[in-house]
Design a protein around this ligand. Structure first.
Ligand code: TXA
Ligand code: MG
Length: 305
């Protein structure tokens, strides 16, 4: 299959492809996603196979309007609407009970469903054009860095999908915050640009962090993630950067593209300087610890998650 990069004015080709059950990559403000209609079981199966994604890792479903929530969620707790009003459209994913009419493969068999309304105009136009919520994981090969440009998607998925919609470089560059509302107390499953404190301000109470010891809460947490082929060494004093390949100025926006660049160059190890501002960014530290393989083992990393 030839993979074609489309400009947003060729949106209708991407819409037709999704209506025919062929997954298409599209831009969001966080990272690029690989979409299928949330109600098309066969197309969702293709997503798992294209990415090499473990069958027990559920997908996020993307919506373009609040009415679509009732197609997906069995129950919507009052906090859900409060959070949706405060942060949607935007980089926050909410996990609630799934409606039985949504194919269970979308949630990897879980009784829950992750929902988010992206703010990227091309993403919203695509969802509206298809006329259905779109299930979409990040559009990378499973385990590697997420794609933040159409070119990154091509690097991973060339020949495997018909179209990549090009919406430019992603403004945020890290995946959305994932918050579960399934239990009596909310649980932060994945840190993102919408911070724990901002969520707590809306809730008026504290939010628990997911415990690494019970990855069943969010299956994605148990896999090594966001990792390039090169080994990652985190350095906490700039003077400890020894090279030959180091990244002294990492940001949320450039992390994944820098990791991809290092892999293209074939370097065996990348040193990354974690400045105090990097350390203060929970989402960025979470991805760095995961990419370096540290997260599973240290207490500090559990906090970062
Ligand atoms: O920013 C984002 O969230 C991007 C863009 C494309 O929207 N998507 C993304 O999807 O990062 P993905 O599949 O790479 O990560 C989804 C995460 C995984 O860790 C998965 O385990 C978790 O969300 N997740 C999805 N559905 C869940 C559910 N029902 N319960 C718990 N965790 C869930
Ligand atoms: Mg992903």
């Amino acid at each position: 299959m030839k993979t074609v990069i489309l400009t947003p004015d060729a949106l209708s080709a991407a819409i037709d492809s999704l209506k025919k059950g062929e997954p298409v990559a599209f831009p969001t403000e966080t990272v690029y996603g690989l979409a299928a209609s949330a109600f098309d079981e066969g197309a969702i199966r293709k997503i798992f196979s294209i990415k090499g994604r473990p069958a027990d890792n559920p997908l996020i479903v993307h919506i373009s309007s609040l009415d679509q929530v009732s197609l997906l969620a069995e129950e919507v707790p009052p906090e859900f609407l409060k959070l949706a009003r405060a942060f949607w459209p935007g980089p926050l994913t909410l996990v609630v009970k799934r409606k039985n009419s949504v194919p269970s493969i979308c949630s990897a068999g879980l009784p829950t469903i992750a929902i988010r309304m992206p703010v990227h105009q091309v993403a919203l136009d695509l969802i509206r054009g298809v006329g259905a919520p779109l299930a979409a994981p990040s559009a990378n090969l499973s385990g590697g860095p997420s794609p933040t440009t159409a070119q990154d998607v091509l690097e991973d998925l060339e020949g495997k999908i018909p179209y990549i919609l090009d919406g430019g470089a992603c403004a945020i560059g890290l995946e959305s915050t994932v918050l579960s509302l399934v239990n009596p107390r909310p649980i932060l499953l994945r840190p993102g640009v919408v911070q724990k404190e901002a969520l707590e301000a809306i809730f008026g109470r504290s939010i628990d962090l997911a415990n690494q010891a019970t990855p069943a809460f969010s299956p994605g947490m148990k896999y090594r993630h966001y990792a390039p082929k090169a080994a990652i060494r985190l350095v906490f004093n700039e003077s400890d950067l020894k090279g030959p390949y180091s990244l002294p100025r990492i940001t949320a926006r450039n992390l994944y593209s820098e990791l991809r660049k290092a892999d293209r160059l074939g370097v065996p190890e990348v040193e990354i300087y974690c400045s105090s501002s990097v350390q203060a960014d929970a989402a960025l530290m979470n991805r760095l610890l995961r990419a370096s393989g540290v997260l599973e083992t240290t207490a500090a990393s559990k906090r970062a998650c």
